[in-house]
Design a protein around this ligand. Structure first.
Ligand SMILES: [Zn+2]
Length: 248
């Protein structure tokens, strides 16, 4: 299956239709420890989109993968160099505009493959999803990995909340883009078991305040490409199932 950006407009016209799903990978440009690139969440989102699209296509669904949304709200990481953070209302407006174009051109559904879990970002996506359904009448699948039931399918480290640039995310980058992992730095990193989800509940608003002075949480030194490949399959299954649920 071809990515939308590589299609001609006539190919895109023929790919659209009521039974078609457009998958939007959503990531961020934000600090991910001393061992992972700023685009880590984009890499994760694109892997989720590809694995989900493969499953959907195998069922006979018509799927296109959109270019990723790489800029978003990243307030927790904003103190770290290289992080680019948009205002939440910019993110919501951008998603609404993308969905507006998809609706105009006859795509049947928007599916969001999101790899970035900053709470303000997730909130801006939720606002956008509700507005897209209400104002455009477009079906949207948005499995929020930070919430039930999807979070329960992911690793113990992820569920503990120590889930930023740790074993979970590092494993996926090792599987997808091994050349981007600074392996010597990774192997030397002590574990940081602080739960980001608990820190968020306690009102912290940055990685520094939460106890992540180098912008990572969890156990990056334990990451493996094998775990990353398994996780990508799970993420693909989650996207597939959430699309199926919207089609019913
Ligand atoms: Zn991340």
């Amino acid at each position: 299956m071809q990515p939308l950006a590589a299609m001609t407009w006539e190919e895109a016209r023929d790919a659209a239709g009521p039974a078609s799903a457009a998958i939007l990978p959503v990531g961020a440009i934000e600090a991910h420890g001393p061992h992972l690139p700023l685009e880590t969440d984009v890499i994760i989102a694109q892997a989720m989109a590809r694995a989900g699209a493969t499953r959907l296509a195998a069922r006979g669904s018509r799927v296109v993968i959109l270019p990723p949304l790489t800029y978003t709200t990243a307030g927790f990481a904003h103190g770290f160099a290289g992080t680019i953070s948009l205002r939440p209302e910019t993110v919501t407006a951008t998603l609404l505009d993308i969905a507006g174009s998809l609706t105009r051109h006859g795509f049947g559904m928007l599916a969001i493959a999101n790899g970035h879990l900053d709470p303000m970002h997730l909130a801006s996506l939720e606002v956008a999803v509700n507005a897209i359904r209400r104002e455009l009448g477009l079906t949207v699948a948005f499995p929020n990995l930070a919430a039930k039931p999807w979070a329960l399918r992911l690793s113990d480290e992820f569920k503990s909340g120590a889930c930023h640039a740790g074993q979970f995310e590092t494993s996926i980058v090792m599987a997808e883009r091994p050349e981007l992992v600074r392996e010597a730095a990774m192997a030397a990193l002590p574990g940081n078991p602080v739960s980001l989800s608990r820190a968020i509940r306690d009102g912290r608003t940055s990685f520094e305040e939460a106890g992540g002075a180098r912008a990572y949480f969890g156990f990056p030194a334990q990451a493996t490409a094998e775990e990353g490949r398994e996780t990508v399959e799970i993420l693909g299954a989650i996207l597939d199932e959430s699309v199926q649920a919207e089609l019913k």
